[in-house]
Design a binder for this molecule. Structure first.
Ligand code: G3I
Length: 476
């Protein structure tokens, strides 16, 4: 298990908590109570001595909400793509570490552990590799491992040395990759030995998908690990990607992790996401939360489970819609960075308590005469120099609104830094929030809602002059 290393960033922690809190109130959940005032997934995982990891794209770190959540919520990072073969050695013996180093520097600067993904994989392999003869390919593989693992020597806690080497479909055999075809069964062992030589301190893992439960594929890896341990071939850990489908967490996940741990290796959930048809239904979001809870709980129940890594931060950026059209919504923050029920479930699984009563009562607007305008409820959450707010606008008109713009005016120089569930623009004190693609219709009597985060100079009064599509709203 890794040592407890935590770094306190009060403003960021408060910001992340506030993001969580606003959405929790909006969705009618309970919210963290006073005892959990500094709760983040990172703080909870640190307290348990486990990793809570995230796959990142270093090019997104200049996006404020992305950066803020990466900073505050995770104690381990892995490059989603930046350390793969095509990124690090696009041409033979020409190594480029710019993107990978950006991830490594980010981890080091924030006191986060760095996980290496991945040294040898049949995918994202530059074209020159597959044209090589067996002799050349073996040398290229060994050179690549020495070059990349050597470059990050001492910086990563672990490497996915070999990724996705086993076949789908229940055969329990190897994947028919270029490495398997040209080098035969011994290539995995050769890769692990080379990785140990390149970075003796890094834990060396084999990583795969659809191995989360006991099945032919996971058993094939189990047999390989057992063989390596018996023969003294270096191997320290097994990664279970856990690219799951909503409602389909294997019931034997924990016992599967445990059988590997009993071989004397660490285990970890390496690429967790749980996809569903999009747009997501409330029922699927609730099931997804239960699923995330099951995965985290299973890991925690296994002493040698180092932790859980999610394959991204936000539904805004995920590999899933590209590969599975019509599916997505697989992560724990939605596409507007609002925490989903799954976020709360992960926090609770990690030991974060909730109190049954919201600490900020939800104002109850007076009922207006039917067929008349709009009513605004503004729910701020303010700290030293920052705040979040949820804006709810009820359509009190007799007909549906199709497409909306909500306007209002700040009175104390507040500035919005990011928003969710609307596109928000600010000009001086004037703010204009336009509906997202999926929430433009508000039936008669229905309520729209969006949220944002901002800064203030010490005073954060409620804005005034709320309008819905130009018509003045009353304040509830
Ligand atoms: O970098 C190019 C860019 O220059 C180009 O304009 C663009 C056009 O499509 O493509 C960009 O490359 C994409 C790359 O991600 C970086 O964004 C590739 O097309 C795209 O295929 C690639 O997808 C990655 C995928 O691995 C490749 O197999 C995903 O981001 C990444 O999340 C995914 O991660 C894998 C793990 O490594 C292993 N386990 C499964 C997991 C999900 O597939």
């Amino acid at each position: 298990m890794h040592p407890h290393r935590s770094r306190t960033r009060p403003a960021l922690l408060a910001g992340a908590l506030a993001l969580a809190t606003v959405a929790a109130v909006g969705l009618g959940f309970t919210r963290p109570g006073p005892a959990d005032a500094a709760t983040t997934l990172k703080a909870l995982a640190d307290a348990k001595g486990r990793d809570i990891g995230v796959a990142i794209d270093p090019n997104r770190l200049n996006e404020s909400a992305y950066r803020q959540l990466a900073d505050a919520e995770f104690n381990l990072v892995v490059a989603e793509n930046a350390m793969k073969w095509d990124a690090t050695e696009p041409n033979r013996r020409q190594f480029t570490f710019t993107q990978g180093d950006a991830v490594a520097s980010y981890a080091a600067a924030g006191g986060k552990r760095l996980y290496g993904h991945t040294l040898v994989w049949h995918s994202q392999l530059p074209g020159w590799v597959s044209g090589l003869s067996a002799t050349e390919l073996r040398q290229a593989m060994l050179d690549h491992i020495a070059g990349v693992a050597g470059h990050y020597r001492g910086k990563v806690v672990a490497w996915d040395v070999v990724n996705e080497a086993f076949a789908d479909g229940g055969s329990g055999g190897r994947r028919d990759s270029v490495f398997q075809q040209r080098l035969g069964d011994g290539w995995i062992e050769e890769a692990f030995r080379a990785a140990r030589a390149a970075d003796p301190a890094a834990k060396l893992c084999i990583n795969d998908y659809s191995t989360d439960g006991v099945n032919a594929k996971s058993t094939a890896i189990y047999n390989l690990v057992r063989d390596f341990k018996a023969r003294g071939v270096p191997i320290d850990c097994v990664g279970f990607q856990a690219h799951l489908i909503v409602g389909q967490v294997p019931g034997d996940l924990q016992s599967n992790l445990q059988r590997f741990a009993d071989l004397g290796v660490d285990v970890r959930i390496t690429e967790l996401d749980i996809r569903m048809p999009t747009p997501p239904s409330a029922a699927n979001l609730a099931t997804q939360a239960a699923d995330y809870r099951k995965v985290v709980t299973a890991c925690l129940a296994v002493t040698r489970c180092a932790g859980v890594t999610t394959w991204g931060i936000t539904d805004r950026y995920s590999w899933i819609p590209d590969v599975f059209p019509g599916q997505g919504a697989a992560l724990i923050w939605d596409e507007n960075y609002a925490p989903k029920p799954a976020y709360q479930a992960v926090a609770e699984a990690l030991g974060g308590g909730v109190t049954p009563t919201p600490t900020t009562p939800t104002p109850t607007p007076s009922t207006p005469p039917p067929g008349d305008g709009c009513t605004v409820t503004y729910v701020p959450n303010t700290w030293n120099t920052g705040f979040t707010a949820e804006v709810r606008v009820r359509n009190d008109g007799a007909t549906a609104v199709n497409g909306w713009t909500v306007g209002f005016t700040f009175g104390a120089g507040q500035r919005i830094t990011n928003a969710w569930n609307a596109t928000v623009t600010q000009s001086g004190s004037q703010v204009s929030a336009r509906n997202a693609s999926w929430n433009g219709t508000v039936p008669a009597g229905g309520t729209l809602s969006f949220g944002f985060q901002g800064t203030h100079g010490g005073s954060n009064p409620t804005p005034t002059g709320f309008t819905l599509n130009g018509s003045t709203c009353r304040t509830g």
